[in-house]
Design a protein around this ligand. Structure first.
Ligand code: SAH
Ligand code: MG
Length: 213
């Protein structure tokens, strides 16, 4: 199946949405999801949506390929998004609860993108959602908590749910510690390869795409 690049309007919207997905990697994520679809049935799942930046690229690919994207996030932010950490954005704190809350931003992004019929927002803790999940996944994108424990749990609980022929995409994979945090590399990417169940498909910046054998 060959499809062109993402619709220009959606691409501009993704680029104007807050978050942590660089332009080239968002385009690569979109392309990887288009390429993944013919290899496996089932939905797309994103772990870690934040305000919906990556969700627009993935949701556009879901629309093109007739899939549903489940966007999983508790919307309380990762450890690295909390006050005092490098990736904190103070205006995303709900003044009433004092906690981060990116859910209103995600919803606004999906409405602006016209993707509310394609993207199902799942508000919850990633391992809790995984425990109740049984549908084989055609495309799994992991971009949730980047600490050792969150990354390890996302690997252990979600990757077995990728369908045979399905695709696993991992964000913020930095083999060189000088470039960024290690857990997505050490707790997700390396174990996936070492398991023998996944093989490399492509690398774009910190985005790694693997396919399940
Ligand atoms: N993909 C986004 C960035 C995601 S940031 C983009 O393109 O901009 C990481 C997200 O993972 C945060 O929104 C945080 O709330 C979420 N997250 C971290 N740990 C989680 C957990 N245990 N369960 C659900 N979501 C989690
Ligand atoms: Mg990321």
């Amino acid at each position: 199946m060959s499809h062109g690049p993402i619709d220009e309007r959606l691409r501009s919207l993704a680029l104007s949405t807050r978050g942590f997905m660089p332009e080239a990697e968002g385009d690569a994520l979109h392309a990887a999801a288009l390429e993944a679809a013919p290899h496996a049935d089932g939905p797309f799942v994103e772990i870690g949506s934040y305000c919906g930046r990556s969700t627009v690229w993935l949701g556009a690919a879901a629309r093109t390929t007739g899939r549903t994207l489940f966007a999983v996030d508790h919307h309380f932010g990762s450890e690295e998004n909390q006050p005092g950490w490098e990736w904190h954005e103070p205006d995303l704190v709900d003044p009433r609860t004092g906690r981060m809350d990116t859910l209103p931003r995600l919803r606004a992004t999906l409405v602006d993108a016209g993707l509310t019929d394609v993207v199902v927002t799942v508000v919850g803790d990633s391992p809790t959602v995984a425990r109740a999940w049984s549908t084989p996944i055609a495309f799994l994108f992991i971009d949730g908590g980047h600490g050792v424990e969150p990354a390890r749990r996302d690997y252990e609980m979600w990757t077995p749910l990728v369908a045979p022929g399905g695709t696993l995409a991992i964000h913020d994979v930095f083999p060189d510690p000088a470039d960024g945090g290690r857990p997505p590399y050490e707790e997700i990417y390396l174990p996936a390869l070492a398991s023998g169940s996944f093989e490399d498909v492509s690398v774009t910046g910190s985005l790694r795409v693997l396919r399940r054998r």
